[in-house]
Design a binder for this molecule. Structure first.
Ligand SMILES: Cc1cc2nc3c(=O)[nH]c(=O)nc-3n(C[C@H](O)[C@H](O)[C@H](O)COP(=O)(O)OP(=O)(O)OC[C@H]3O[C@@H](n4cnc5c(N)ncnc54)[C@H](O)[C@@H]3O)c2cc1C
Length: 376
């Protein structure tokens, strides 16, 4: 079988799978190289499922808005899999005056970018979600936000891309990129295999950094652990995505009734790193303390599983989604900084446009790889 394709993608997470799907749909031949034995092994199968626009940096908000308007609503039909997408809004909750001020700032900035988001009072919060603590003083409310199932969505892209002829090769870690006559064309793996393509997309999460370094490009990213938990199933309560002003936790109730919550302990820097993300024994109890303050009635909900995943935290907390001037043929799509799931369909769709038409519906200029360079 040929090791050549129109596009070679390093990384089989949701970004690599979505790019592969939209490219194949446009008639490109595609090979995806995944280092582990499993598609979606990184953050793509471990995330909290938030598909939100509110609380986003204005530089990536247009991608989030594009995906929610044009791609997410029909994704289950398109991929012939239940992505469990709910577009029932996002409540970002506050209890104190300080919280409300934080939420007002976020709301004002998002409104200025054209997002439909507003501040609501305690009574309005209770009318949207009567299960919340009466201590909630107000919230930001974005009715077009939502959530989805990360696993079915990632695997939905994978399976549908395969049906369109995309080759996925697992256990194939990319180590190096090589140029031919000034253009990046070759991808070398640790198994000694060489793949060749007209376009190379590097979408390997935080491991994109060493791959890009092999051709002299550096994107400042660091490894940060995120943790999440899932409870036993409960009777259906609500469909909104929830978060807080202080970011003590975020989460939602899934289709079959369990609650998926994520939170940050603040001690992640001290976590053991044995090559795979290992949960810290303090994280679940710390996150639950935050949850119970807002959801007293979940105090006795049993936790059935906790897990962790790496986030590829970019220096300025927004991703790099960009062609690389010094390396024609190369596109970097990494540094999603803990919020890449919600924008993945828009990233895949727009990068497929970039490869096949040389243009994108969403202007990606603010997400360029060289924004970190000192200005001459
Ligand atoms: C606990 C947690 C909660 C989160 N919650 C949310 C949320 O609610 N909403 C949201 O939008 N985002 C969330 N995120 C972030 C989101 O999961 C990521 O931004 C998104 O999955 C990034 O996708 P990706 O394909 O770039 O990366 P990944 O899923 O990490 O995929 C990269 C792939 O590249 C592979 N790879 C690595 N090195 C190589 C190599 N050398 N060669 C080939 N392949 C390689 C990896 O094995 C991996 O499969 C969360 C993340 C975590 C960990």
């Amino acid at each position: 079988m040929s090791d050549c394709a129109d596009v070679i993608i390093a990384g089989g997470g949701i970004i690599g799978c979505a790019c592969a799907y939209y490219l194949a749909k446009r008639g490109c031949s595609v090979i995806v190289l995944e280092s582990s034995d499993h598609i979606g092994n990184g953050g793509s199968s471990r995330n909290g499922g938030g598909v939100r626009q509110s609380g986003r940096d204005p530089r990536e908000l247009p991608l989030a808005m594009y995906g929610i308007k044009n791609l997410w609503p029909s994704l289950s039909d398109e991929l012939e899999v239940d992505c469990e997408y709910h577009q029932d809004g996002n409540l970002r909750l506050g209890k104190t005056e300080e919280h409300i001020n934080i939420l007002r700032g976020l709301t004002t900035r998002a409104k200025a970018c054209g997002l439909e988001v507003e501040m609501i009072d305690a009574e309005a919060v209770q009318s949207i979600n009567p299960y919340l603590s009466k201590e909630v003083a107000g919230a930001s409310w974005c009715p077009t936000d939502g959530h989805a199932n990360p696993l079915t969505t990632t695997l939905g892209y994978y399976k549908t891309a395969r049906k369109l002829g995309v080759r996925f090769i697992t256990g194939e870690p990319v180590t190096e990129l090589r140029k031919i006559r000034g253009k990046v064309r070759r991808v070398v793996t640790s198994n000694g295999n060489i793949y060749e393509g007209e376009t190379i997309i590097v979408a390997a999460g935080l491991f994109s950094r060493p791959i890009l370094n092999s051709i002299g490009i550096d994107i400042p990213m660091q490894k940060v652990m995120l943790e999440a938990l899932v409870t036993e199933a409960r009777a259906h309560m609500f469909d909104q995505m929830l978060g807080t002003a202080e970011a003590d936790f975020y989460g939602h109730q899934t289709k079959h009734g369990s609650f998926v919550f994520g939170g940050t302990l603040g001690l992640e820097g001290f976590t053991r790193d044995n090559g795979t993300p290992v949960t810290n024994s303090l994280a679940a109890s710390s996150t639950c303390r935050g949850i119970i303050k807002y959801f007293p009635m979940l105090a006795d909900a049993k936790i059935v599983r906790t897990w962790a995943g790496w986030m590829d935290l970019c220096a300025d907390k927004v991703p790099v989604i960009s062609p690389v001037d010094e390396a024609p043929g190369l596109i970097a799509a990494c540094g999603f900084s803990g919020h890449g799931f919600g924008i993945a369909p828009a990233v895949g769709y727009n990068l497929a446009q970039l490869v096949t038409e040389g243009r994108t519906d969403v202007n990606l200029h603010d997400l360029r790889y060289n924004r970190f360079c000192a200005k001459a």
